[in-house]
Write a protein that binds this ligand. Structure first.
Ligand SMILES: C[S@@+](CC[C@H](N)C(=O)[O-])C[C@H]1O[C@@H](n2cnc3c(N)ncnc32)[C@H](O)[C@@H]1O
Length: 290
């Protein structure tokens, strides 16, 4: 008999996913799977702030060893490139649960039966919204021009995630879910072969990471202040960073206590991704980025 394709015993090495090759130390500290009866059990591992009672230094949460020693001065305040923009995506639907034998990022398409059985409304489980929003901001010319400082995502459960502007978010939804699952379980994801954390779970509140002089603007269709985003951005001072707060949830309104202004930029309700696209175009106009 002829063996047509491969020599016996010489297995072809599987092509490894970039994101799966996280540092070995992280692999070693991965917790073993345990039965989780309620969807939120896993997510508690990442809820650094929610469980905080003021003794932040003493918290031991999930794999939080990766968080030890991470400075909280977050933004690379590069003054050399002038003022920049930070995006905060609020109330993102990123929740992990053990479905059958594996942990999965819950979404309304794949887990509707599971969610109904657990008395959850499937319509609220929309990680695709944050996926599209992230692609929009990270693909934007303002990011390519180095004007995007950072992106923060706050999940509906209160987990705060920092995403570096140069991270390459998976373009397909399935792979995005895989990466977010990994992030919420391990609390950080590093660049291949490097120690730099491209995405990591950080402590709340998000305000401690924002530049002091930044202009913090919330976005809502229901705001009574309807403006042209182009005019609004163009009229803003040239020496302050922008912080844009956009909702990443299926329904409802962004409610924050840290914004200086709350604006509506269209007479129509927009998707988070389209809203971000409009903001990025207005910024590109202000900063002469083509
Ligand atoms: C609530 S989410 C709605 C999600 C939507 N179902 C989707 O697929 O993206 C959209 C977010 O975009 C922003 N947004 C939508 N329409 C807007 C408008 N007309 N003016 C200002 N911001 C708006 C708000 O921050 C809002 O929370």
């Amino acid at each position: 008999m002829v063996r047509p394709y491969a020599v016996k015993g010489k297995k072809r090495r599987k092509r490894e996913d970039k994101y799966e090759r996280v540092e070995e130390a992280e692999e070693a500290s991965e917790p073993e799977e345990t039965e989780a009866s309620q969807p939120e059990d896993v997510n508690k591992g990442a809820m650094v702030e929610k469980q905080s009672n003021g003794n932040e230094g003493e918290e031991k949460v999930g794999n939080s060893i990766e968080l030890e020693g991470i400075p909280i001065t977050p933004v690379e305040l590069s003054t050399k490139n002038g003022p920049g923009a930070i995006f905060i995506l609020e109330r993102a639907s990123l929740e992990v649960a053990k479905v059958g034998k594996t942990y999965q990022l819950l979404n309304s398409d794949d887990h509707s039966n599971f969610l109904r059985k657990n008395n959850r409304d499937p319509a609220l489980y929309r990680p695709d919204i944050v996926h599209q929003a992230l692609l929009m901001v990270l693909d934007s010319p303002i990011n390519k021009a180095g004007k995007l400082r950072n992106v923060y995502v706050r999940t509906a459960a209160g987990v705060l995630i920092e995403i570096k502007p140069h991270v390459r978010i998976p373009r397909t939804f399935k792979r995005f879910c895989g990466v977010m699952l990994q992030l919420l379980q391990k609390l950080s994801i590093s660049a291949v072969g490097k120690r730099e954390k491209l995405m990591r779970v950080i402590k709340n509140p998000v305000t401690q990471y924002l530049p002091v002089n930044s202009r913090k603007i919330g976005f809502s269709y229901s705001s009574e202040k309807l403006v042209s985003i182009h005019n609004y951005v163009a009229a803003a001072e040239n020496n302050r960073d922008f912080v844009f707060v956009v909702g990443a949830m299926a329904h409802g309104k962004v409610e924050t206590d840290y914004t200086d202004d709350f604006i509506s930029i269209s007479g129509y309700p927009l998707s988070a991704a389209f809203c971000i696209s409009m903001i990025c175009q207005a910024l590109a106009g202000k900063w002469d980025i083509l």
